[in-house]
Design a protein around this ligand. Structure first.
Ligand SMILES: Nc1nc2c(c(=O)[nH]1)N[C@H]1C(S)=C(S)[C@@H](COP(=O)(O)OP(=O)(O)OC[C@H]3O[C@@H](n4cnc5c(=O)[nH]c(N)nc54)[C@H](O)[C@@H]3O)O[C@H]1N2
Ligand SMILES: Nc1nc2c(c(=O)[nH]1)N[C@H]1C(S)=C(S)[C@@H](COP(=O)(O)OP(=O)(O)OC[C@H]3O[C@@H](n4cnc5c(=O)[nH]c(N)nc54)[C@H](O)[C@@H]3O)O[C@H]1N2
Ligand code: SF4
Ligand SMILES: [Mo]
Length: 762
């Protein structure tokens, strides 16, 4: 058996543990936010920026995609602890320039942890490295574009180029980037969605005809029951807790489905409510279903069986009028459910009958139900089916297309949804293809391009010559870290448009370029004057974002300008696209988006003067005319089966409270009671005993797929309240355990939440 080991630093940092927290936020959240801001910049700069974040006329938080309130903005500030950390990380005054790169070789930097890499500071000028070099060195923008142009013009086939996007770009930059790829002739546009909510996109599109959620933030105020499944909002979408608190004030009940009892889902002390700071706050969850990892399908089936049998006794439980009018496939679903025994389903899910009954007691009378979910559902082999089961429940109850009800996939990166809407997709829709054709007069490629997994498989096979990334840290974020890093080094050229140093920069192709760009919080002033960009939040609302800080370096370019610079290096005189005009005046970009992307009519006017608008959403209006039978689809999904060996566990890779994906803000995971260490694996006490391990022992974690062992070493095992047979550890450190060919059926999302592993004492 071949053994693979990790390329991440395996150094331990000195763990401390305490009891997990019993609530989220509170006064400590304010203190932490201030501490982080102060550690990266002076308080004057910090206050100036944070008071303009998420405000009309200011800039959009570079953290998650949770929406700002529709109606009012709090005078105390519209941000959370983790939004402040995101700002601190971006607006830091620490810099990595020529001196830094001439001092540290890439070999040396590879031995650094992601925490150390990220904390080194903002990249201030374009950098170049070529085969055989030990260090990055500065290069001018002109020279960088010249190299890129030569390389891209030389390709035998445009499909030898890949254009990756992370979800922090603006609509304007993302639109141009997609246009550039298509102008070249490729749909190779993988993006972070492929590792994230792709399963939601596929599951929702197949059942409801749109890959986005249906609810608005205001729906939470009217919901009777909110289900939160596979999501940890206290850390990853902290202001969602305010929305949930308001929902509870209005009488909503909350059912949580999660293997871990996350602090934010237990209780919330709103830092903006004095009575919460000094009092006990709001209990969030009413019924907590501690499901075993990836056993949501048996649990959801048990819930559906419960609803069906309640309906037999009282005909008001299911919305039969809705089912008849708007859906298809209900009879097949009923027949399928008849084949399962509730007790067997519950045993598989690890849930007791009593707790199921408590959840049913809330769901049976409810007419207005919202289901919220995130990575706990999408990053499994059956990620798409997980989403379809949630849709089944909503359709049975007619909980769609009315106030207080619907689907709520909670998006990750702040503009990941917008990037997709404006064309970052490895599939080009016929509608957009024909609009590109008529707007620009060139023929866009129609064949499907690579998603992230396929891009790396193609790279491994030597089929990719140029890899470009618009943000992100693909080597840190992807599965099979070593394989992917090796594959990327085989490219002729890698081009990374980035704000900060990350692991991806350390595995360049034969020619490696880093092109430094402005962050959201920074002023973007082109020769036409100050520019604004636009973004779309998790609920389909589009609004403007304008930076307020002076850029950390005068040598930074905006993302739209860089994309145009690359385009002009390939097409110096382009008769189809006026890249020069786009680079300097984003109103022109938006005007053309109006013509190419449906839903953006009169774009400039609709975002002028702080205005915002919602994009069309067919599932909100119960219009399923684009689906095969013109109706929403019920689905029949099989049960998951992991066929674990006796000494194997199922492991989920999750986020600590002090990280944003591969950006490590700090080494604590306060709510889970873990401090100063990221190399940990959470394990049930009974499993510790069974393996003869003591709390905090050092272990290795190994996965075995297709006869290949992949191992990571030096992890503290931490005794934790997690289901027996399940483990949890942080990503990215555990990404080397996930084989590239293990991904969700139908969506290609790596199986980051259900990896089969063994634990060995070191
Ligand atoms: N501060 C901060 N904010 C972020 C991010 C960040 O890293 N840091 N990342 C952003 C991004 S890109 C995204 S996609 C989102 C991610 O937001 P989340 O999806 O909330 O993030 P994860 O930490 O991956 O947590 C998933 C949750 O799912 C649970 N879970 C895991 N497996 C299962 C399962 O099989 N079934 C069920 N029911 N639950 C399960 C875990 O216990 C955990 O509570 O957050 C965004 N916001
Ligand atoms: N095992 C495991 N793996 C996972 C996940 C998991 O739960 N488990 N989650 C997956 C998910 S949900 C996601 S979304 C992906 C995330 O994958 P990515 O989006 O690729 O990763 P990030 O860590 O968010 O990217 C951070 C980098 O983006 C750059 N950056 C930051 N701001 C900007 C900006 O404004 N402009 C530009 N150009 N660059 C910027 C910085 O250089 C920074 O280092 O990871 C996935 N990987
Ligand atoms: S909830 Fe998300 S978008 Fe809002 S301030 Fe916090 S991190 Fe930023
Ligand atoms: Mo994500």
């Amino acid at each position: 058996m071949k053994k693979k080991t990790s390329i991440f630093s395996e150094q331990l940092t000195g763990i401390k543990v305490s009891k997990p927290a019993s609530y989220a936020a509170g006064f400590l959240a304010i203190k932490e936010a201030m501490w982080y801001l102060n550690s990266e910049m002076d308080l004057k700069r910090a206050f100036y920026a944070i008071n303009r974040m998420n405000k009309k006329g200011g800039f959009d938080c570079p953290g998650c995609a949770w929406p700002d309130p529709d109606d009012r903005r709090s005078v105390l500030g519209e941000y959370c602890e983790n939004g402040a950390k995101a700002l601190a990380e971006e607006a830091t005054l620490k810099k990595v320039g020529e001196k830094f790169f001439s001092h540290y070789s890439i070999d040396e930097l590879r031995s650094w942890s992601d925490f150390q890499l990220g904390k080194s500071g903002r990249i201030t000028q374009p950098m170049l490295i070529t085969s055989g070099d030990t260090h990055y060195r500065p290069i001018s923008w002109e020279e960088a574009y010249r190299l890129i142009g030569n390389q891209l013009r030389q390709l035998d086939d445009p499909n030898q180029a890949v254009f990756y996007t992370s979800g922090r770009s603006s609509n304007e930059a993302a639109y141009l980037y997609g246009l550039l790829a298509r102008r070249l002739g490729t749909n190779n546009l993988p993006d972070c969605s492929n590792m994230c909510h792709e399963s939601s996109g596929v599951g929702l599109s197949e059942t409801l005809g749109i890959g986005k959620g249906s609810v608005l933030q205001s729906d939470f105020k009217e919901a009777e029951v909110i289900v939160i499944i596979g999501q940890n909002p206290g850390t990853n979408h902290p202001r969602m807790l305010t929305t949930l608190q308001e929902a509870k004030d209005n009488g909503a009940k909350i059912i949580t489905i999660n293997p871990l009892e996350e602090a934010g889902l237990r209780r919330f002390k709103n830092p903006q409510r004095p009575q919460d700071i000094f009092g006990s706050g709001t209990a969030i969850t009413d019924v907590y279903l501690r499901v075993r990892i990836n056993q949501d399908i048996p649990l959801l089936k048990a819930i559906m069986k419960g609803l069906l049998s309640a309906h037999l006794q009282n005909e008001n439980v299911l919305d039969t009028v809705f089912i008849e009018k708007y859906t298809t496939g209900f009879d097949q679903l009923k027949t399928d459910l008849d084949g399962y025994d509730v007790n067997t389903l519950l045993r598989q899910a690890g849930i007791s009958r009593n707790v199921l009954d408590e959840a049913l007691k809330l769901l049976i009378p409810a007419k207005k139900i919202i289901i919220c979910w995130a990575m706990g559902l999408t990053q499994h082999k059956n990620g798409v089916d997980n989403i379809k089961e949630c849709v089944n429940i909503l359709l049975m109850k007619g909980a769609l297309g009315k106030r207080g009800a619907g689907t709520c996939p909670v998006r990750g990166h702040s503009n990941v949804q917008g990037d997709r809407t404006v064309g970052i997709n490895h599939r080009l829709s016929p509608d957009m293809a024909s609009r590109i054709r008529s707007k620009y007069g060139f023929e866009p490629p129609l064949e499907e391009g690579y998603d992230v997994v396929r891009a790396f498989m193609a790279m491994q096979a030597g089929k990719v010559k140029v890899f470009t990334s618009l943000g992100g840290n693909i080597i840190g974020a992807m599965s099979d870290t070593e394989i992917c890093a090796g594959a990327m080094q085989q490219c002729d050229m890698t081009i990374h448009i980035s704000t900060k140093l990350c692991r991806t920069h350390l595995y360049p192709g034969h020619v490696g370029l880093i092109l430094p760009t402005l962050g959201r919080s920074e002023k973007d002033i082109s020769r036409q004057g100050p520019q604004r960009v636009t973004v779309e939040n998790s609920m389909g609302k589009v609004h403007a974002s304008q930076g307020v800080l002076n850029p950390v370096s005068s040598d930074l370019m905006s993302e739209p300008a860089i994309v145009c610079g690359i385009a002009k290096s390939v097409f110096p005189t382009d008769s189809c696209v006026d890249w020069d005009a786009y680079a300097h005046d984003y109103e022109i970009i938006r005007k053309d988006i109006s013509a190419v992307i449906s839903g953006f009519e009169q774009y400039n006017k609709r975002v002028a003067g702080g205005k915002e608008f919602y994009l069309p959403n067919n599932s909100r209006k119960l219009d399923f005319s684009k689906l095969p039978k013109g109706k929403a689809q019920f689905s029949v999904c099989p049960l998951p089966d992991h066929a674990l060996e006796k000494d194997e566990f199922l492991m989920m890779t999750i986020r600590s409270h002090d990280q944003f994906n591969t950006t490590i803000y700090g080494l604590d995971d306060r709510y889970r009671g873990i401090f100063n260490e990221r190399r940990i694996v959470l394990m049930n006490e009974k499993d510790l005993e069974r393996l003869n391990l003591k709390n905090l022992d050092i272990v290795s974690i190994t996965s075995s797929y297709d006869d290949v062992d992949r191992s990571v070493h030096n992890f503290h095992v931490v005794s934790y309240d997690i289901p027996i047979g399940n483990l949890a550890a942080y990503f990215p450190e555990t990404n080397p355990l996930i084989p590239l060919n293990q991904f969700a059926k139908g969506s290609g999302t790596p199986i980051s939440k259900s990896i089969r592993v063994k634990i060995l004492k070191s």
